[in-house]
Design a protein around this ligand. Structure first.
Ligand SMILES: Cc1ncc(COP(=O)(O)O)c(C=O)c1O
Length: 406
């Protein structure tokens, strides 16, 4: 069913998170539904970066490593991310990419489960997670086993050392029950590593309370840290001393500035750090994370779910598309609409100012981050999609595929 403009206006008027949109700079005339790949620009970010460049770097020079707290940014920023993922502050650091952090934590997990050589993951999870595990498995003499979601429990045999799961699936938006899966893995003697790329900032996440062992997540999606923003990594307190990643560097050393000949791990999550932190990118991520100040993530999750469901129900009435029905109960903040010429349709939508992303061959993905999306945007996006589909505009030559859409 198509939502009415009056219904959407009433929902916006009652939305307790509507004020959060002012924390961003969104171009006029654009309906930005690509929150899953790159969050929008936080309004405070340009000034913060300019001050870092001109003041901390330009004036402070090398002194800023101490005076401006640069050297501790991976830790202070990690502490700022921690409440967003339900972790104690010292268990999270901001560093490197999701891919690198996956390698570090999975290698630590394998070393903590000698005799167990299987890394278990879901077959359809995001490719880089599997690519990293394949490389690690080769190096560590382990093997990667990928099974459908429904077979994960049965596949937890006594050779599995690590269960790697994506909390909210990048296509289906299905959400795992973190407490239940962690308990099942632990009962089978395995550790858990969670990819929170589509969860951090979109869903309520309780890493500590739900028994997660390790987690990673990205800074450029819902955390609004900018293109290629640093990622984060989580190490549960009970593993602070035991976890030893195979990728070690001086920033994770107990005393980096002693320049000792041999590696000795820092305590806690700090040992997950490797090289010199990218300060400009860290400051940008800091501004992105600050957009969550005072935000109730339960409200954010509920709002995104409502937006997704309204959009999915409206899209289901449009000609020529099929909607992947959002999973019952909890789900991520995005939905997939399929069309055989998805790339062309998305190009035509983008030309009209409605920006989503697409995944070949036929999926258009629309994300509904709670901080920036208005209920009215659902109506605007649906009307635009209807216009593109019914006019056949997407067939025009100018929308012929030319490389990446987004
Ligand atoms: C679930 C998931 N994991 C990992 C990544 C990418 O990892 P990286 O930041 O290392 O490129 C993505 C990117 O979209 C993702 O959706």
């Amino acid at each position: 069913m198509m939502p009415s403009a009056a219904q959407l206006a009433a929902l916006d008027a009652a939305d307790p998170l509507s004020h959060a949109r002012d924390r961003f700079r969104l171009p006029p005339g654009v309906v930005y539904l690509d929150g899953n790949s790159l969050g929008p620009l936080p309004a405070a970010l340009p000034d913060r970066l300019a001050q870092t460049v001109a003041g901390e770097w330009g004036e402070g020079l090398i002194r800023s490593w101490n005076d401006a707290g640069w050297i501790d940014l991976p830790v202070t920023l990690g502490a700022a991310i921690a409440p967003i993922v339900g972790a104690e502050p010292e268990s999270v650091v901001a560093c490197d990419s999701v891919s690198l952090n996956l390698f570090k934590l999975a290698s630590a997990a394998l070393a903590m489960r000698p005799g167990r050589r299987t890394i278990l993951m879901e077959a359809s999870d995001f490719p880089t997670d599997a690519y990293v595990m394949q490389g690690l498995a080769q190096l560590a003499g382990a093997k990667l086993k990928r099974v459908p979601r429904a077979e994960l429990g049965a596949a937890l045999d006594d050779d599995v050392g690590l269960l790697l799961l994506t909390h909210a699936h990048y296509v289906t938006s299905q959400v795992h029950d973190m407490a239940a899966m962690s308990a099942a893995a632990h009962a089978a003697g395995a550790l858990t590593l969670w990819d929170l790329s589509h969860s951090a900032g979109a869903l309520v996440v309780n890493l500590d309370a739900d028994g997660a062992d390790f987690a990673v997540g990205c800074g450029y999606k819902f955390l609004n840290g900018g293109p290629g923003a640093p990622a984060f990594a989580y190490l549960a307190r009970r593993h602070w001393d035991a976890a030893l990643p195979a990728l070690t560097g001086w920033m994770g050393h107990a005393a980096p500035f002693d320049f000792a000949a041999d590696y000795a791990p820092a305590s806690g999550a700090r040992r997950l750090l490797t090289g010199t932190p990218p300060i400009l990118a860290m400051r940008a991520l800091e501004a992105g994370v600050a957009t969550f100040d005072g935000i109730d993530l339960a409200q954010a999750e509920a709002k995104s779910r409502h937006l997704v469901q309204l959009f999915a129900a409206g899209a289901a009435t449009l000609p020529g598309v099929t909607v992947d029905a959002p999973p019952a109960g909890r789900h991520g903040a995005h939905v997939i609409i399929r069309h055989p010429e998805a790339r062309r349709v998305m190009s035509a939508l983008i030309a009209r100012g409605v920006i989503g992303d697409m995944r070949p061959p036929d999926a258009m993905r629309f994300g509904f981050p709670a901080l920036t999306t208005r209920f009215a945007d659902v109506g605007l996006a649906l009307e635009t999609l209807r216009a593109v589909l019914t006019s056949g505009e997407w067939q025009e030559e100018r929308f012929a595929p030319k490389g990446m859409v987004s």
